[in-house]
Design a protein around this ligand. Structure first.
Ligand SMILES: [Zn+2]
Length: 488
């Protein structure tokens, strides 16, 4: 994974944590990179640092960095292999017993060596007042760098929730394949639904806010525990970031977005304030690195609401993940918003057609927005009890003609019921002023002609539901036509 440019604000953001060990906290790229600024800030403030001769990991870049005292050194404009971050996913899982033992022995050796080196550095000729924190930072950086060089395995050392105590337990309660790595205190608080806001936020970010232990029955959007089984201790000392703090920087905004149970207009507006080109580049990169379907569908959601026609290729890319790792609903919404209408409908309909009717009925609502009359043909061939108003709702948004309405009425139940639900659906959309859903009836006749037709049907089927429906349609007959007040 290549290093990425971190913004100035990201650099500043990590200064307060620079006295902590350098480490890798997860496989999210921007989180991995946080160890680099820590290093760089350390270098910047240690202008008089001299590298001990026997230090095992002191390539020229270190000395250059120390001498130049720049904010961006080595890893960005002078790529250096030992500063590369490698993916967190490892080959270790596929190793046999012997391979694991060998790896473990090498690690242990390197660890001992590094401890010695770290002590040497701490006691060496570091002469600035900042030396203690900086040398600690350096020592741990060396530890980390050797660890990376030795093996692609990256093991988070600190608790994923509090980010302070060592991770001592693996908690698989929500996802056995991707367990939480926690300290015992956070494990207890997770079980008691009493995480502090910042702890909840970090877990939601690194895992998924929809995980059972983190979901919105237990935590509010700001990370406040909503149903704690015991008192939440010092919650006010561990607040979660809010949108205002994160909105200015695209990467920060992306992280914040990932922790949301659901996206809202405030989030969409924050995204819209960034240039579309930058947002699209980031989302494309994040899509490729996405480790679960939640992340991928969040990206599509942002495409639908913030990028629209600017992001067709990303939506086409996402279709390649269907059905293994992408939801039909997210794809359908993004296809409506981002693809040319014909292509969007065809992709969805091709995925929809082969499904069993039970599945199709669940997904009918995603096809409303295409407003495509092919759905009317589909209704005619697939109609089946129970005749709920879903069929009519779909037809009311699919551009039906009056001649098809009369054909359905004349054919009797069940299509006559769908015809009435269709007309009612068009009326209701106008009554509720939901203009995006209001698709007027094509070739609508005069009111008299329509009434004659509807009353003729009523004479054959005088159920109260039919009478009520026909009376209401005729009362609001004008709403079946195009409406001049529609805003869009
Ligand atoms: Zn913890």
């Amino acid at each position: 994974m290549p290093n990425r440019l971190l913004s100035q604000s990201a650099l500043l953001h990590v200064i307060p944590s620079s006295t902590r060990p350098c480490r890798v906290v997860g496989d999210h790229p921007s989180m991995q990179n946080r160890s680099l600024p820590v290093l760089l800030m350390g270098v910047r403030r240690m202008a008089s640092f001299e590298v001990p001769a026997d230090c095992p990991a002191t390539p020229a870049v270190w000395q250059q960095a120390a001498h130049r005292g720049q904010k961006r050194v080595g890893w960005q404009d002078q790529p250096c292999s030992w500063l590369e971050i490698r993916p967190a996913r490892t080959e270790e899982q596929g190793m046999d017993q012997e391979g694991r033992s060998r790896l473990s022995a090498t690690r242990s050796q390197a660890h001992t060596h590094l401890i010695t080196t770290a002590k040497a550095i701490t006691n060496s000729r570091i002469s600035t007042p900042w030396n203690k924190a900086a040398s600690k930072c350096l020592a741990f950086f060396l530890l980390s760098s050797i660890h990376w060089r030795m093996s692609p395995v990256i093991t988070p050392k600190l608790c994923e929730a509090c980010d302070l105590s060592p991770a001592t337990v693996t908690e698989p309660c929500d996802d056995e394949s991707r367990p939480y790595r926690l300290c015992s205190g956070c494990q207890h608080r997770l079980a008691m639904r009493s995480l502090r806001p910042a702890e909840w936020y970090r877990l939601a970010l690194q895992h998924c806010p929809h995980n059972f232990s983190l979901h919105d029955d237990f935590y509010l959007d700001d990370g406040t525990a909503d149903q704690p089984k015991e008192e939440v201790v010092d919650a006010h000392l561990f607040p979660a970031p809010n949108l205002n703090e994160k909105a200015a920087d695209l990467e920060g905004l992306w992280e914040f977005t990932l922790t949301r149970h659901a996206l809202n207009e405030a989030i969409y507006q924050a995204w819209r304030r960034h240039p579309q080109v930058s947002a699209l580049a980031l989302l494309t990169q994040c899509y490729e690195a996405a480790r679960n379907t939640h992340i991928k569908s969040t990206i599509l959601n942002l495409c639908s609401h913030c990028l629209g026609a600017a992001s067709p290729d990303l939506v086409r890319r996402a279709w390649r993940d269907y059905p293994e790792s992408m939801y039909f609903g997210a794809l359908a919404k993004a296809s409506v918003a981002c693809l040319p209408p014909e292509e969007g409908f065809n992709r969805c309909f091709d995925a929809f057609k082969p499904l069993p009717l039970k599945e199709q009925r669940r997904r009918m609502m995603y096809l409303y927005e295409f407003k495509n009359s092919q759905m009317l043909d589909w209704i005619e061939t697939h109609i089946e009890p129970p005749i709920t108003d879903d069929w009519g709702r779909l037809a009311s948004q699919s551009g039906i003609t009056w001649s098809r309405v009369t054909k359905w009425l004349e054919s009797g139940r069940p299509m006559s019921l769908v015809a009435l639900d269709t007309l009612s659906g068009v009326v209701r959309a106008a009554e509720e002023r939901r203009w995006k859903r209001h698709v007027p009836i094509e070739d609508l006749p005069s009111r008299e002609e329509a009434e004659r037709c509807l009353r003729a049907y009523e004479a054959t089927d005088a159920a109260p539901r039919i009478q009520y429906s026909i009376n209401h349609i005729l009362e609001c007959f004008h709403l079946l036509s195009p409406q001049s007040e529609r805003a869009d």
